[in-house]
Design a protein around this ligand. Structure first.
Ligand SMILES: [Zn+2]
Length: 98
């Protein structure tokens, strides 16, 4: 972990300059919060940067992949799938602004 943080500092990325940014705990198959993931999608980018610690096997990794909903990242070691939840708040904000 730390690559996204480095990117944020290096490029002086502000929250308002991101299409999507989340940092959350992730659950394993027993619904225990044992993992972490951070996802950052810079504005004007279709690529998501994602860092995670797998809740199943504790493998930590950094990946870049195409940003699309629903968004999932797969543990490179055990294949466990971690998703980001749908943002209800985001949808509301969009509706309000139009
Ligand atoms: Zn894993």
């Amino acid at each position: 972990m730390g690559k996204i943080q480095d990117y944020v500092i290096k490029n002086n990325v502000k929250p308002s300059e991101c299409t999507y940014h989340t940092w959350r705990d992730t659950k394993n198959s027993k619904k225990e919060l044992t993992g972490k993931m951070r996802v950052l999608v810079p504005k004007n980018s279709t690529m998501a940067m994602a860092e995670y610690t797998c809740p199943e096997c504790k493998h930590s990794d950094y990946i870049e992949q195409e940003w699309k909903r629903p968004f999932y990242i797969k543990c490179a070691k055990c294949g466990f799938r971690m998703g980001v939840p749908k943002l209800k708040k985001e949808a509301k904000k969009d509706a309000k602004g139009k």
